[in-house]
Design a protein around this ligand. Structure first.
Ligand code: F6P
Length: 344
């Protein structure tokens, strides 16, 4: 078979491991030809790709990023987009396409499959871990580890100066990274997009902790967090290339408010794209490899319109349409029954 692969949306560690697994099993077991489309759907529309074979994937297991590039956006951004996708399948004689992406890319894959019947399989990817249908996405574990390593380091400098350090992590619509890195890093308070925060409550928790004596505080904040209406000025965001708020900076506002209200020195660290860079953890290398092997199996089983997923420890297939228009928000019990025990 001739199989296309594309990576869409924000990059993350593990993408190359998925591609490597697809290529290894596709070529060695099935004799497939694998085409890596450059820069996500743009490569499909323009029919720009590179041939991927086992030798070209050497050294890719631990390599962060994606060797075929990625972008945001979709064929639906163009009047003739769907026709050009069809033309690419015809002219490149594609027997299937593996879309490795987050909510946006998988929604596009589902819509194209539903509208055209084209043979498409999905692989769930995002550091945000906000994709319905899979227990976890590859990239998440690595981003949590990167954030936790940073928090561990920040504890010592916060304690040296008896300060509050606000650590802003990624997480647009869901606070999974903040929740896990906050718990793993021993945060005094964790803020997530799912629960609008009252800065007065945040300050009360921090003051309670500092009254114990020389206790520094780490506050972990997801970039998508928002204040309760009327409790704090709402930050205005510019829009990104696909019209979404370009997040980043809520931590700056929170640190300023904490220092103004409590008198305790506060500093801010925005981890930003460091969370998306570099080599995947061992956990993510294994999950990515399993997802890639399951994706090429799904292709050869003709499981079109489905994505591979993790259910417990098992790799399963779920309909792509299950992910459309939905976000897997953070488990609030995790925050209430685990994180909040250690607040203050
Ligand atoms: O979707 C993953 C993600 O890292 C979000 O957490 C973050 O808000 C966004 O991508 C950043 O997008 P970009 O890399 O396009 O600025």
């Amino acid at each position: 078979m001739r199989i296309g692969v594309l990576t869409g949306g924000g990059d993350c560690p593990g993408l190359n491991a998925v591609i490597r697994a697809i290529v290894r099993k596709g070529e060695s077991v099935h004799g497939d030809e694998i085409l890596g489309f450059i820069d996500s759907w743009d490569g499909v529309l323009a029919q720009t790709f590179i041939r991927l074979d086992i030798s070209s994937m050497r050294g890719m297991l631990p390599k962060g990023g994606t060797i075929i590039g990625t972008k945001r956006g979709s064929p639906f951004d163009h009047d003739d987009g769907i026709d050009r996708v069809r033309r690419c399948f015809d002219e490149q004689r594609l027997d299937g396409l593996v879309v490795i992406g987050g909510n946006g890319s998988l929604t596009v894959a589902s819509m194209i499959h539903e509208q055209t019947g084209l043979p498409i399989v999905g692989v769930p990817k995002t550091i945000d871990n906000d994709i319905i249908g899979t227990d976890v996405t590859f990239g998440f574990h690595t981003s949590v580890q990167i954030a936790t390593d940073a928090i561990d380091r920040l504890h010592t400098t916060a304690e040296s100066h008896n300060r509050v350090i606000v650590v802003e992590v990624m997480g647009r619509d869901a606070g999974w990274i903040a929740a896990y890195a906050g718990i793993a890093g021993g945060a005094t308070v964790i803020l997530v997009p799912e629960i609008p925060f009252d800065i007065a409550d945040v300050c009360e928790v921090i003051e309670r902790r500092h009254q114990r004596g020389r206790y520094a505080s780490i506050a972990v904040v997801a970039e998508g967090s928002v204040p309760v209406e009327g409790t704090m000025a709402r930050r205005e965001y510019a829009l990104d290339a696909i019209g979404r708020p370009r997040l980043g900076g809520i931590g700056v506002d929170i640190a300023a408010e904490i220092e103004r209200r409590t008198g305790i020195e506060a500093r801010i660290v925005q981890i930003g794209h460091v969370q998306r860079g570099g080599t995947p953890t061992a956990y993510d290398r294994v999950l990515s490899t399993r997802f890639g092997l399951a994706a090429i199996d799904a292709v050869h089983d003709g499981a079109w319109g489905q994505m591979v997923a993790l259910n417990g420890t098992e790799i399963e297939r779920v309909p792509l349409e299950e992910t459309v228009g939905r976000i897997k928000t953070v488990d609030l019990e995790l925050l209430r029954d685990v994180a909040q025990v250690f607040y203050g």
